[in-house]
Design a protein around this ligand. Structure first.
Ligand SMILES: Cc1cc2nc3c(=O)[nH]c(=O)nc-3n(C[C@H](O)[C@H](O)[C@H](O)COP(=O)(O)OP(=O)(O)OC[C@H]3O[C@@H](n4cnc5c(N)ncnc54)[C@H](O)[C@@H]3O)c2cc1C
Length: 338
């Protein structure tokens, strides 16, 4: 079987999909996020209960910020509507579909094929559904009776995606399919994001398990930590190796095996790479603020800070050039950014 085009395809760039995509991409997985169609987020007049925004946030700005974060994390954002998801090689054996037990012959091969409205089909190892309103594109992928539930509204029957079809970590009976939304968490933006994060972490752990990690070793945290908090003992790589050996001595993999050594190497690399020094912390803080400022309209910034504070923060030559009417000499803010 040929290699997949993507490790992960996420369907939907709302709070659930963006959170899932960021967690997966930060692990180094190759992620594409498809986004088009009916959005719950777009219908909010103003979001006032999402942490971090004291006066609330308009959904256009939040959406821009989330999409920028997804791209910065390394995902490809694709403006296209997903029409269906099929199992790779679906021509083969339909009998295995209902319980989702069919697997690709090659564990590294694609499991699913995502068919968008306009672009080419994309083969993926894993697909995360993150669309509060729409699960129709999943019809036929597994057991429809389990995936959809029928409701009776005033004598008329309607079918909805079953919000409890997936487990809390998004796993489903269909190999390679995860559902972040619709779920019970989809009714509020922040809980939708939390569910997306949980599903993204599940996908990361499962990708590691595919690569030879065992479940206890594969579960981790995505943290960025201060190097200054590493005391002398833990600054030494050997201490981490020792810790890993202690943690997994009684695990399912022989500590003397090549597999154990390979996973330990990757786990220790992962732990150590989460530490940043003070300069890096400051650089990331500055980049974070700059990215936020870039989404604000200049009038809002002047209003919030006052013209004097902004003029003080500006380069004198740029102000002088502006006053002289020679704006071409004044450095534009985006050019001034490294
Ligand atoms: C009127 C209204 C007001 C609300 N107000 C609030 C509020 O004040 N506070 C609050 O916490 N929550 C509020 N909500 C709920 C909030 O909008 C949802 O909880 C949240 O948006 C769910 O996020 P999600 O990522 O699961 O889905 P969505 O926000 O719906 O995001 C799904 C994304 O997937 C895309 N998509 C859909 N189908 C496809 C497809 N087939 N292929 C590709 N892309 C697709 C959509 O375009 C969309 O961008 C409100 C909802 C409504 C309707």
């Amino acid at each position: 079987m040929s290699a997949p085009d993507r490790d992960v395809v996420v369907v939907g760039a709302g709070p659930a999909g963006c959170a899932a995509a960021v967690f997966a991409a930060r692990e180094g997985l190759d992620v594409a996020v498809f986004d088009r169609g009916r959005s719950s987020l777009a219908r909010c007049a103003h979001l006032e209960n999402y942490p971090g925004f004291p006066a609330g946030i308009d959904v256009g700005t939040l959406s821009d910020l989330m999409r920028a974060q997804v791209e910065r994390a390394g995902c490809a954002l694709v403006d296209d509507l997903v029409e269906s998801v099929e199992r790779s090689g679906d021509d083969s054996d339909d009998s295995a579909e209902s319980d989702g037990s069919a697997e690709s012959a090659d564990p590294d091969g694609p499991r699913l094929v995502v068919r968008p409205q306009e672009g080419d089909p994309v083969a993926a190892r894993r697909v995360i559904a993150a669309t509060r309103y729409d699960g129709e594109y999943l019809r036929g992928l597994g057991d429809d009776d389990a995936m959809f539930e029928v409701h009776d509204h005033g004598g008329e029957t309607h079918e909805h995606f079953d919000r409890e079809y997936a487990d809390r970590d998004g796993t489903t009976p269909v190999d390679g399919l995860y559902v972040a939304s619709p779920s019970e968490a989809s009714r509020q933006a922040i809980t939708a994001a939390g569910r997306g994060a949980r599903v993204g972490k599940r996908v990361v752990a499962d990708a590691r398990i595919d690569a030879g990690w065992w479940p206890d070793a594969a579960e981790g945290v995505d943290w960025v930590r201060r190097e200054a908090e590493l005391d002398d003992e833990w600054a030494d790589r050997d201490r981490w190796v020792e810790w890993f050996d202690e943690e997994h001595a009684d695990g399912p993999v022989d500590p003397d095996s090549e597999r154990f050594a390979r996973v330990r190497e990757a786990a220790v690399d992962d732990a150590l790479s989460s530490y940043v020094d003070a300069d890096e912390e400051a650089a990331r803080a500055a980049a974070g603020r700059r990215a936020l400022a870039g989404r604000l309209d200049p009038e809002a910034v002047v209003d919030a800070h006052g013209a004097d504070a902004l003029l003080d923060a500006m380069d004198d030559e740029a102000v002088a050039a502006h006053l002289a009417g020679d704006e071409s000499d004044a450095e534009r803010p985006d050019e001034a950014s490294p």
